[in-house]
Design a protein around this ligand. Structure first.
Ligand code: SF4
Length: 494
């Protein structure tokens, strides 16, 4: 089986669809099983990998059918529809594709036919409409999910229900610092390595402070109080103490209501100093993120993160002495050179260091990352990453950590997910406000995405800033335009 995939690597997946128009979802299914193979839709596919997905109306009823050709073998599946709803048709189309791909490759993706980023939304809706037993049946039999994922969904949804916010009165503020000390090999973010653009940072900060001032004015004038602030990156810890002071002074002067939470993502451990921590504490920062991703020094070097395990442990120990409300650390399962034992050791290090929040990511390899050139990562049968996740979840649950938010990304190794765990009473509110679209998030900086949530209609609108720091500085009128758009949309909302 393994050889088959290797032999066909480099071929395109050619797809013909008829009787439905779920191109996007069909592409998503193809990426689950063949993440390295580009997809193209054709009227007459002829390649070594080709799929036909169709919906046909017969005298016996409406059917979804899939036929998949892989080299000399042909795989077929069909599913009859009962209710003829769009939702049922989409599920049936994905179901048949899952079956032919799964038979051909032996792969059983952990989330079955669910390709979206938020399976929690589907779980909540099913639970409300169908009850627990029927929801479980649908997830296992219709969506073909692995059973071990259901308790995870259930626990996360229970935590989500406890978080309250009045979306007509409250908002969050996100601030992007897209600079890093060096570029990690797996990074697909817009962040730029500081050595190449140190000169940009001062100019960037100048413009950023202006945008924060304007966005906060718009929120205040429209009756929205900022209740959570998140300064993320990139690596915000790269800012000098003077730059941090300038940024936090501007933020503080704009806030009109007490914050529930103030997160500063220092990021790389080698940027953490006592002076910066004191400063953050004096401005009321409550949550610090120090992200090591792994504590295996060999892996850290291999992925281009210029810090060590010792620096991580020292950074967390310094931070703990300052009594912030919580410390978060991100880990990534599936990094090159990291096996199950090494990942388990990383988790133990993070636990011993004393992180209150531990976010377990699965390595995702986007086109713009250097790792994208390594095709081995695209084999979704690398099940060892699922085992890393399962063992980590088990360990964290046993220690009393609670899973409280989750999202999925495309092109993750082993089709894994990202899950935030927290000790009780330390869940990150911003993550929930933002991920679950609970209220408006005004986002400032390059690449930042503002989300406007309209309470009653539940409508979500996005306004995205220019991508790169040099554009942000050079084309600041576009940022002003976005702030104006935010103002208009908030006015329309009321
Ligand atoms: S620290 Fe994060 S944002 Fe910066 S290069 Fe590494 S992965 Fe990208």
């Amino acid at each position: 089986m393994r050889n088959k995939i290797t032999i066909i690597a480099g071929f395109r997946m050619e797809i013909k669809i008829s009787g439905h128009n779920y191109q996007y979802d069909v592409s998503g299914m193809s990426l689950l099983f063949f993440p390295g193979e580009p997809v193209c839709f054709k009227t007459h596919p002829r390649g070594a990998l080709r799929l036909s997905s169709r919906v046909v109306n017969t005298t016996r009823g409406l059917y979804a059918r899939a036929t998949f050709w892989m080299e000399e073998s042909v795989y077929r599946a069909e599913k009859k529809m009962q209710n003829y709803t769009r939702e049922e048709m989409l599920a049936a189309v994905k179901h048949t594709i899952y079956r032919v791909f799964s038979r051909a490759t032996g792969i059983l993706p952990p989330w079955g036919i669910l390709t979206g980023i938020k399976p929690t939304g589907i779980y909540q809706r099913l639970l409300a409409e169908k009850g627990a037993l029927e929801t479980r049946r649908i997830l296992l039999k219709e969506y073909l999910m692995r059973p071990e994922k259901i308790p995870l969904l259930h626990q996360i949804c229970r935590v989500m229900e406890t978080v309250q916010t009045d979306c007509s009165k409250e908002a969050s503020l996100y601030i992007s610092i897209p600079f890093c000390p060096s570029r990690c090999s797996y990074c697909s973010f817009i962040s730029v390595a500081a050595e190449r653009c140190n000169h940009l940072m001062e100019l960037y900060l100048e413009k950023l402070c202006g945008e924060i001032h304007e966005k906060c004015r718009v929120l205040n004038e429209n009756g929205l109080s900022v209740r959570a602030v998140y300064i993320g990156g990139g690596t915000p810890g790269i800012l000098s103490p003077q730059q941090i002071e300038k940024l936090l002074s501007v933020i503080r002067s704009e806030l009109k209501a007490p914050l529930r939470e103030f997160t500063f993502e220092l990021g790389r451990p080698d940027t953490v100093t006592e002076e910066k921590l004191r400063l953050l504490k004096s401005f009321g920062v409550s949550r610090i993120c120090i992200n090591t991703q792994t504590t295996n020094d060999r892996v850290l070097e291999q992925i281009g993160r210029k810090h060590t395990r010792a620096q991580y442990l020292h950074a967390v120990s310094l931070t703990r002495k300052m009594n912030f409300d919580s410390i978060n650390t991100d880990l990534i399962a599936g990094l090159p050179g990291e096996d199950e034992a090494s990942f388990a050791r990383s988790l133990e290090d993070v636990l011993k260091a004393g992180a209150d929040n531990i976010t377990i990511h699965t390595l995702s390899i986007k086109r713009s990352s250097r790792l994208h050139e390594t095709p081995d990562y695209f084999d979704p049968r690398n099940d060892h990453v699922q085992r890393m996740l399962d063992r980590a979840y088990e360990r964290l649950l046993r220690l009393g950590f609670i899973p409280y938010y989750m999202y999925r990304q495309k092109k993750t190794v082993s089709n894994g997910e990202n899950v935030g765990f927290a000790r009780p009473e330390t869940i990150c509110l911003y993550n929930l406000y933002m991920m679950e679209d609970l209220h408006t998030v005004a986002a400032c900086g390059a690449g930042a995405s503002t989300k406007i949530i309209s309470g009653e209609s539940g409508r979500i609108e996005r306004i995205i800033n220019v991508k790169y720091p040099f554009e942000y500085i050079g084309e600041y009128e576009k940022v002003r335009h976005n702030t104006h758009l935010l103002e208009q949309k908030l006015k329309e909302r009321t």
